[in-house]
Design a protein around this ligand. Structure first.
Ligand code: SAM
Length: 270
């Protein structure tokens, strides 16, 4: 049996299901300043290398996750783990299972994986939902499949047409009202139980810290939707929730093989 490696990971937010992020191990935690946690465990070589490869460059909740391993791992262990991690990443959660779904480049990049869209749909079961940034329909379809009545707003007309086509494929087009236009102008006139905002994340979404002002048109949409009882916002894992004071935050992990320990996005409830 190989000699164990001492692995320390920090800063971990208390709202983060860090056990799911870190995986198996006898993790002990210590409190850090600012309400963060540091976790420490003794891991075998392969598990330590796997974790290092998976957490490299990952920012969660506005802070870059740091990992310290002693003794230091060999480069070849890290290389092997990184290759394996890249392979798992390619296999991770994908978009629509319907092969004839229509998507343009941005629609594909920003599509919420089907299983996660269904998970969110289940949480909203029976509610009247406005999907303010509908894209090619990933979430609108997920909500509709869970029995929600949905208003899907999209500023890009051709992407809205894709969302309509895709909703037909899933047999839920009759549960979705499709509206072309700027949600900032439309949402204030709408009545619903929940507004769901999945704004464009921009090209720098995987930088260390993303704030509310990095995610136009979020700020204005939140103001215009202030009359609605619930507001959910889907933001990149690196989003700093302190830029939206008072929100409840939850890290949503992938569900596909190889993705179960990866935070796919944060769900904020304003
Ligand atoms: C991240 S994508 C949404 C992806 C979608 N949730 C899915 O899973 O398919 C964001 C979408 O918001 C649209 N958008 C951006 N600003 C908007 C606005 N002011 N009103 C309505 N749609 C907007 C973009 O055109 C883009 O298609």
């Amino acid at each position: 049996m190989s000699r164990p490696f001492q692995v320390r990971v920090w800063p971990l937010q208390k709202w983060l299901d860090w056990r799911q992020l870190l995986g198996p191990g006898e993790w002990a935690t210590a409190e850090l300043a600012g309400g963060y946690l540091k976790a420490e465990a003794s891991l075998e070589r392969a598990a330590a290398a796997d974790l290092a490869a998976r957490l490299r460059g990952v920012g969660i909740g506005g802070s870059l996750i740091r990992i310290e391993i002693s003794p230091a791992l060999h480069r070849k262990d890290l290389r092997k783990a990184s290759t394996e991690e890249a392979r798992r990443y390619r296999q991770g959660s994908t978009g629509f299972s319907q092969r004839s779904a229509r998507l343009d480049e941005e629609g594909r990049m920003s599509l919420t994986p089907e299983a996660l869209a269904l998970t969110l749909g289940e949480r909203a079961r029976g509610l009247r939902v406005i999907d303010a940034c509908a894209g090619a329909g990933g979430n609108a379809i997920g909500f509709a499949r869970a029995g929600c009545a949905v208003v899907a707003i999209e500023i890009n007309q051709s992407r809205l047409a894709m969302a309509k086509h895709n909703a037909k494929l899933y047999g839920v087009a009759d549960r979705i009202e499709f509206v072309a236009g700027d949600a900032r102008a439309i949402v204030a006139e709408q009545d619903a139980d929940l507004v769901f905002i999945d704004p464009p994340w921009g090209e720098r979404y995987n930088k260390e810290r993303v704030t509310l002002s990095d995610l136009p048109p979020c700020q204005e949409l939140l103001k215009r939707a202030a009359h609605l009882p619930k507001r959910w916002i889907k933001v990149p894992p690196s989003f700093d929730p302190s830029t939206l004071p008072g929100c409840r935050v939850e890290a949503i992990f992938g569900v596909a093989q190889g993705d179960e320990r990866r935070v796919k996005f944060l769900l904020l409830e304003d």
